[in-house]
Ligand binder design. Structure first.
Ligand code: AMP
Length: 294
Protein backbone atom coordinates (compact mmCIF):
# COMPACT_ATOMS: atom_id res chain seq x y z
CA UNK A 1 0.00 0.00 0.00
CA UNK A 2 1.24 3.47 -0.89
CA UNK A 3 1.27 6.16 1.81
CA UNK A 4 1.46 9.83 0.89
CA UNK A 5 1.69 12.80 3.22
CA UNK A 6 1.09 15.36 0.49
CA UNK A 7 -2.11 15.54 -1.63
CA UNK A 8 0.07 16.49 -4.64
CA UNK A 9 1.50 12.95 -4.62
CA UNK A 10 -2.03 11.53 -4.68
CA UNK A 11 -2.96 13.88 -7.55
CA UNK A 12 0.04 12.67 -9.61
CA UNK A 13 -0.76 9.01 -9.02
CA UNK A 14 -4.46 9.55 -9.83
CA UNK A 15 -3.65 11.38 -13.09
CA UNK A 16 -1.54 8.43 -14.21
CA UNK A 17 -4.25 5.95 -13.11
CA UNK A 18 -6.71 7.93 -15.23
CA UNK A 19 -4.38 7.69 -18.26
CA UNK A 20 -4.15 3.94 -17.74
CA UNK A 21 -7.97 3.72 -17.64
CA UNK A 22 -8.13 2.41 -14.06
CA UNK A 23 -11.40 2.68 -12.16
CA UNK A 24 -10.62 4.37 -8.84
CA UNK A 25 -12.86 3.99 -5.79
CA UNK A 26 -12.36 6.75 -3.24
CA UNK A 27 -13.23 6.90 0.47
CA UNK A 28 -12.75 10.29 2.15
CA UNK A 29 -12.37 10.09 5.95
CA UNK A 30 -11.21 12.06 8.97
CA UNK A 31 -9.28 9.05 10.27
CA UNK A 32 -9.63 7.29 13.64
CA UNK A 33 -10.90 4.47 11.49
CA UNK A 34 -13.36 1.85 12.68
CA UNK A 35 -15.22 -1.06 11.10
CA UNK A 36 -17.74 1.31 9.46
CA UNK A 37 -14.96 3.00 7.47
CA UNK A 38 -13.36 -0.35 6.64
CA UNK A 39 -16.63 -1.63 5.14
CA UNK A 40 -16.57 1.34 2.76
CA UNK A 41 -12.96 0.60 1.81
CA UNK A 42 -13.61 -3.12 1.24
CA UNK A 43 -16.47 -2.24 -1.08
CA UNK A 44 -14.39 0.38 -2.92
CA UNK A 45 -11.65 -2.23 -3.42
CA UNK A 46 -14.17 -4.82 -4.64
CA UNK A 47 -15.90 -2.57 -7.17
CA UNK A 48 -12.83 -0.78 -8.63
CA UNK A 49 -9.29 -1.42 -9.86
CA UNK A 50 -7.87 0.66 -7.01
CA UNK A 51 -9.16 1.91 -3.64
CA UNK A 52 -7.89 5.25 -2.35
CA UNK A 53 -8.50 6.67 1.13
CA UNK A 54 -7.90 10.20 2.38
CA UNK A 55 -7.37 11.00 6.05
CA UNK A 56 -7.81 14.68 6.89
CA UNK A 57 -9.44 16.26 9.92
CA UNK A 58 -10.92 19.15 7.99
CA UNK A 59 -10.95 22.30 10.15
CA UNK A 60 -13.53 23.98 7.89
CA UNK A 61 -16.31 21.62 8.95
CA UNK A 62 -15.90 22.06 12.72
CA UNK A 63 -18.12 24.80 14.09
CA UNK A 64 -16.73 24.03 17.57
CA UNK A 65 -12.92 24.53 17.84
CA UNK A 66 -12.74 22.33 20.97
CA UNK A 67 -14.36 19.46 19.03
CA UNK A 68 -11.68 19.90 16.33
CA UNK A 69 -8.87 19.79 18.91
CA UNK A 70 -10.31 16.73 20.67
CA UNK A 71 -10.96 14.78 17.45
CA UNK A 72 -8.94 11.51 17.67
CA UNK A 73 -5.93 11.26 15.30
CA UNK A 74 -3.84 8.14 14.61
CA UNK A 75 -2.48 8.06 11.05
CA UNK A 76 -0.15 5.07 11.60
CA UNK A 77 -2.94 3.03 13.21
CA UNK A 78 -5.28 3.98 10.35
CA UNK A 79 -2.71 2.97 7.72
CA UNK A 80 -2.20 -0.44 9.36
CA UNK A 81 -5.96 -1.13 9.29
CA UNK A 82 -6.24 0.00 5.66
CA UNK A 83 -3.38 -2.24 4.54
CA UNK A 84 -5.31 -5.25 5.89
CA UNK A 85 -8.48 -4.55 3.85
CA UNK A 86 -7.00 -4.15 0.38
CA UNK A 87 -6.52 -0.40 0.23
CA UNK A 88 -4.23 0.66 -2.65
CA UNK A 89 -3.11 3.98 -1.21
CA UNK A 90 -3.81 6.34 1.68
CA UNK A 91 -2.98 10.01 1.73
CA UNK A 92 -3.09 12.86 4.18
CA UNK A 93 -1.80 16.42 4.23
CA UNK A 94 -2.06 19.73 6.02
CA UNK A 95 -4.30 22.71 5.30
CA UNK A 96 -1.77 24.17 2.84
CA UNK A 97 -1.47 20.82 1.05
CA UNK A 98 -5.22 20.58 0.56
CA UNK A 99 -6.22 24.21 0.07
CA UNK A 100 -3.01 25.95 -1.07
CA UNK A 101 -3.00 28.23 1.98
CA UNK A 102 -2.82 27.91 5.76
CA UNK A 103 -5.18 30.89 6.08
CA UNK A 104 -8.65 29.35 6.25
CA UNK A 105 -10.30 32.71 5.62
CA UNK A 106 -8.80 32.72 2.12
CA UNK A 107 -10.15 29.30 1.09
CA UNK A 108 -12.99 29.74 -1.44
CA UNK A 109 -16.05 27.93 -0.10
CA UNK A 110 -18.26 25.55 -2.08
CA UNK A 111 -22.04 25.88 -2.00
CA UNK A 112 -23.47 22.85 -0.15
CA UNK A 113 -26.86 23.23 -1.85
CA UNK A 114 -30.41 23.06 -0.46
CA UNK A 115 -29.91 19.86 1.59
CA UNK A 116 -27.69 21.84 3.98
CA UNK A 117 -30.80 23.54 5.35
CA UNK A 118 -32.26 22.41 8.67
CA UNK A 119 -31.22 19.78 11.25
CA UNK A 120 -27.38 19.38 11.11
CA UNK A 121 -27.11 22.53 9.01
CA UNK A 122 -29.02 24.51 11.60
CA UNK A 123 -27.30 23.05 14.66
CA UNK A 124 -23.79 23.26 13.20
CA UNK A 125 -23.60 26.57 11.32
CA UNK A 126 -21.03 26.44 8.51
CA UNK A 127 -20.57 22.67 8.85
CA UNK A 128 -21.93 21.68 5.44
CA UNK A 129 -20.16 24.54 3.68
CA UNK A 130 -16.94 23.09 5.15
CA UNK A 131 -17.91 19.57 4.05
CA UNK A 132 -18.80 20.75 0.54
CA UNK A 133 -15.50 22.65 0.27
CA UNK A 134 -13.26 19.71 1.23
CA UNK A 135 -15.31 17.17 -0.76
CA UNK A 136 -15.09 19.30 -3.92
CA UNK A 137 -11.34 19.73 -3.37
CA UNK A 138 -10.83 15.98 -2.78
CA UNK A 139 -12.84 15.09 -5.86
CA UNK A 140 -10.70 17.50 -7.92
CA UNK A 141 -7.49 15.93 -6.56
CA UNK A 142 -8.53 12.28 -7.03
CA UNK A 143 -11.06 12.50 -9.90
CA UNK A 144 -12.49 9.17 -8.70
CA UNK A 145 -14.71 6.90 -10.74
CA UNK A 146 -16.79 6.19 -7.64
CA UNK A 147 -16.82 7.76 -4.17
CA UNK A 148 -18.12 5.90 -1.11
CA UNK A 149 -19.97 7.54 1.78
CA UNK A 150 -21.87 6.19 4.80
CA UNK A 151 -25.61 6.59 5.27
CA UNK A 152 -24.68 7.27 8.92
CA UNK A 153 -24.22 10.90 7.82
CA UNK A 154 -27.44 11.03 5.81
CA UNK A 155 -27.71 14.77 5.24
CA UNK A 156 -24.04 14.80 4.23
CA UNK A 157 -24.79 12.26 1.47
CA UNK A 158 -27.31 14.73 0.00
CA UNK A 159 -24.69 17.52 0.08
CA UNK A 160 -22.12 15.22 -1.55
CA UNK A 161 -24.56 14.31 -4.32
CA UNK A 162 -25.08 18.04 -4.93
CA UNK A 163 -21.30 18.56 -5.31
CA UNK A 164 -20.94 15.53 -7.60
CA UNK A 165 -23.81 16.76 -9.78
CA UNK A 166 -22.17 20.19 -10.08
CA UNK A 167 -18.78 18.68 -11.05
CA UNK A 168 -20.26 15.99 -13.30
CA UNK A 169 -18.41 13.22 -11.42
CA UNK A 170 -17.97 10.86 -9.54
CA UNK A 171 -20.68 8.24 -9.10
CA UNK A 172 -21.69 8.52 -5.42
CA UNK A 173 -22.22 5.20 -3.61
CA UNK A 174 -24.01 5.36 -0.25
CA UNK A 175 -23.30 2.40 2.06
CA UNK A 176 -25.43 1.17 5.00
CA UNK A 177 -24.67 2.34 8.53
CA UNK A 178 -22.39 -0.05 10.38
CA UNK A 179 -23.54 -0.70 13.94
CA UNK A 180 -22.30 -2.31 17.12
CA UNK A 181 -24.34 -5.30 18.40
CA UNK A 182 -26.28 -2.92 20.69
CA UNK A 183 -27.39 -0.95 17.63
CA UNK A 184 -25.09 2.00 18.38
CA UNK A 185 -23.87 3.47 15.09
CA UNK A 186 -20.09 3.19 14.85
CA UNK A 187 -18.36 6.55 15.12
CA UNK A 188 -14.86 7.81 15.78
CA UNK A 189 -16.40 9.81 18.63
CA UNK A 190 -17.59 6.64 20.42
CA UNK A 191 -14.08 6.18 21.83
CA UNK A 192 -14.84 9.17 24.08
CA UNK A 193 -17.88 7.50 25.70
CA UNK A 194 -17.47 5.75 29.04
CA UNK A 195 -19.28 2.45 29.66
CA UNK A 196 -22.46 4.00 31.10
CA UNK A 197 -22.62 6.58 28.32
CA UNK A 198 -22.18 3.86 25.72
CA UNK A 199 -25.21 2.03 27.13
CA UNK A 200 -27.27 5.25 27.07
CA UNK A 201 -26.10 6.02 23.55
CA UNK A 202 -27.64 2.73 22.40
CA UNK A 203 -31.04 4.26 23.23
CA UNK A 204 -30.68 6.47 20.13
CA UNK A 205 -30.84 3.49 17.78
CA UNK A 206 -33.52 1.94 20.00
CA UNK A 207 -35.64 5.05 19.39
CA UNK A 208 -35.08 4.82 15.66
CA UNK A 209 -36.02 1.13 15.76
CA UNK A 210 -39.21 2.01 17.61
CA UNK A 211 -40.15 4.59 14.97
CA UNK A 212 -39.47 1.92 12.35
CA UNK A 213 -41.82 -0.49 14.14
CA UNK A 214 -44.51 2.21 14.08
CA UNK A 215 -43.91 2.64 10.34
CA UNK A 216 -44.17 -1.12 9.80
CA UNK A 217 -47.41 -1.12 11.79
CA UNK A 218 -48.80 1.36 9.27
CA UNK A 219 -48.06 4.81 10.72
CA UNK A 220 -47.32 7.27 7.89
CA UNK A 221 -47.86 10.63 9.59
CA UNK A 222 -44.48 12.38 10.19
CA UNK A 223 -45.69 14.16 13.34
CA UNK A 224 -46.87 10.86 14.85
CA UNK A 225 -43.59 9.13 13.91
CA UNK A 226 -41.61 11.99 15.47
CA UNK A 227 -43.72 11.63 18.63
CA UNK A 228 -42.86 7.89 18.87
CA UNK A 229 -39.17 8.71 18.45
CA UNK A 230 -39.24 11.56 20.99
CA UNK A 231 -41.07 9.44 23.57
CA UNK A 232 -38.59 6.60 23.20
CA UNK A 233 -35.61 8.96 23.66
CA UNK A 234 -37.28 10.65 26.63
CA UNK A 235 -37.71 7.28 28.37
CA UNK A 236 -33.92 6.88 28.20
CA UNK A 237 -33.45 10.40 29.56
CA UNK A 238 -32.16 11.72 26.23
CA UNK A 239 -33.07 15.27 25.26
CA UNK A 240 -32.12 15.38 21.58
CA UNK A 241 -30.99 18.44 19.66
CA UNK A 242 -33.42 17.18 17.07
CA UNK A 243 -35.44 14.03 16.47
CA UNK A 244 -37.04 14.49 13.08
CA UNK A 245 -38.71 12.59 10.26
CA UNK A 246 -38.13 13.71 6.68
CA UNK A 247 -38.89 12.53 3.18
CA UNK A 248 -35.44 11.33 1.98
CA UNK A 249 -36.23 12.25 -1.62
CA UNK A 250 -37.71 15.72 -0.98
CA UNK A 251 -35.59 17.52 1.60
CA UNK A 252 -37.71 20.13 3.36
CA UNK A 253 -35.01 21.55 5.63
CA UNK A 254 -36.46 22.89 8.87
CA UNK A 255 -40.01 21.98 7.89
CA UNK A 256 -41.59 18.70 8.75
CA UNK A 257 -42.97 17.32 5.46
CA UNK A 258 -46.70 17.13 4.93
CA UNK A 259 -47.91 13.57 5.42
CA UNK A 260 -48.75 10.90 4.77
CA UNK A 261 -45.27 9.85 3.64
CA UNK A 262 -44.39 7.18 1.09
CA UNK A 263 -40.80 6.95 2.32
CA UNK A 264 -39.29 8.29 5.52
CA UNK A 265 -35.93 8.93 7.12
CA UNK A 266 -35.77 9.46 10.89
CA UNK A 267 -32.80 11.53 12.06
CA UNK A 268 -31.46 12.20 15.56
CA UNK A 269 -28.69 14.31 17.09
CA UNK A 270 -28.07 14.11 20.83
CA UNK A 271 -25.37 14.82 23.36
CA UNK A 272 -24.40 11.90 25.57
CA UNK A 273 -22.18 13.45 28.22
CA UNK A 274 -19.69 15.59 26.33
CA UNK A 275 -20.05 13.69 23.05
CA UNK A 276 -22.40 14.77 20.29
CA UNK A 277 -23.75 11.81 18.33
CA UNK A 278 -25.90 11.57 15.22
CA UNK A 279 -27.78 8.65 13.75
CA UNK A 280 -30.61 8.04 11.31
CA UNK A 281 -32.69 5.23 9.86
CA UNK A 282 -34.71 4.69 6.72
CA UNK A 283 -38.06 3.72 8.24
CA UNK A 284 -39.22 1.96 5.07
CA UNK A 285 -35.81 0.25 4.74
CA UNK A 286 -34.18 -2.89 6.14
CA UNK A 287 -35.05 -3.77 9.73
CA UNK A 288 -32.67 -2.39 12.33
CA UNK A 289 -31.67 -5.40 14.38
CA UNK A 290 -30.12 -4.94 17.77
CA UNK A 291 -29.20 -7.08 20.75
CA UNK A 292 -31.04 -5.62 23.69
CA UNK A 293 -28.60 -4.77 26.46
CA UNK A 294 -30.05 -4.14 29.89
P1 AMP B 1 -15.71 10.44 8.96
O1 AMP B 1 -14.32 9.93 9.15
O2 AMP B 1 -16.53 10.41 10.20
O3 AMP B 1 -15.76 11.74 8.22
O4 AMP B 1 -16.41 9.40 8.01
C1 AMP B 1 -15.89 9.06 6.76
C2 AMP B 1 -16.92 8.28 6.00
O5 AMP B 1 -17.26 7.11 6.72
C3 AMP B 1 -18.23 9.08 5.81
O6 AMP B 1 -18.75 8.82 4.52
C4 AMP B 1 -19.10 8.51 6.87
O7 AMP B 1 -20.48 8.60 6.58
C5 AMP B 1 -18.66 7.06 6.89
N1 AMP B 1 -19.01 6.44 8.15
C6 AMP B 1 -18.70 6.86 9.40
N2 AMP B 1 -19.27 6.06 10.32
C7 AMP B 1 -19.96 5.11 9.64
C8 AMP B 1 -20.77 4.00 10.01
N3 AMP B 1 -21.00 3.71 11.28
N4 AMP B 1 -21.32 3.27 9.03
C9 AMP B 1 -21.12 3.56 7.72
N5 AMP B 1 -20.37 4.59 7.31
C10 AMP B 1 -19.79 5.35 8.25
Amino acid sequence: MERWIDPAQAARWCASADERGLAVGFVPTMGALHEGHLELVRRAARENDAALVSVFVNPLQFNDPADFERYPRDFDGDAAQLEAVGCTAVFTGDTTGFFGTADLARVPRADPGPAARGLEGEHRPGHFEGVATIVRRLFQIVRPTRAYFGEKDFQQTLVVRHIARALGYPEVVVCPTSREPSGLARSSRNTRLDELERARAAAISAGLAEAQRAWRAGERDPAALEAVLAASLARAGIEPEYAAVRDPHHWTGRERPAGPLEQAQALVAARIGAVRLIDNLRLDGPLLRREVVS
